[in-house]
Design a protein around this ligand. Sequence first.
Ligand code: MG
Length: 265
Amino acid sequence: MPLKPAVLCDLDGVVWLMHQPIAGSVDAIRRIREAGHRVLFVTNNSHATADEQASVLEGIGIEAMGSVVTASQSAGKLLRRGDRVLTCGGPGVAQAIEQSGAVIVGRSDDPNFDMNTEVDAVVVAFHRTFDFAGLTKLSAKIRSGARFIATNDDATYPTPHGVIPGGGSIVAAVATASGVQPTIAGKPYAPMATLVKAVLGETDLSNAWMVGDRASTDGEFAKTVNCRFAHVQSGVANASTDLAHAAFTGPDLASFADFLLGSQN
Ligand SMILES: [Mg+2]
């Protein structure tokens, strides 16, 4: 029997909001899986590790161990074994760097970082300790020739209290200060598409779906992967206007499950 099309699923604004499940999303994932579709959660949240995010999904009733790919993991794939890395960010990016065989030689928020340290790559991710001193270290090392890798370029991050600056705002500051544009690992860029295809073991995803709440990231990522885009309106920061290429539009993940499973009858 041929495999049913895979479903790539965004987390923030689709499955949950700040880890609070969106009504119907847990049951929707169960129904999609029971119908034989493989589900892979694809998130630009770089802070937590993939296993930590899988644990939180399991806490709301979604089996997810081994089914979460993050922008940090994608950034790790851009490193070479032995690369000396200056970084910033949460445990997700640190783990991804170490798993790539690269070595973290410093953190930009460490006041004791020695600027004479040799650095091959600078990996920038969301962190709340970002400040002028950190910006100085990150941009100086890039100007000196270190490769500039960003986990993602989301300008903002939705919270129940409104949006806060996202990793992309920090990346933009580093790009301005260094005069260098980064290689961006997360959605909607090519490195994440390469990682998703490797994890699924499939190169042709033209029948697969990407379900997301933002056309600018999830919709564009569907184009990069060359799969279909399902837009759901359950995100907090829903500024999506260009939905011309969405093959499905609905209020939430439950409505997408109804559509996907109903269309198979
Ligand atoms: Mg989202």
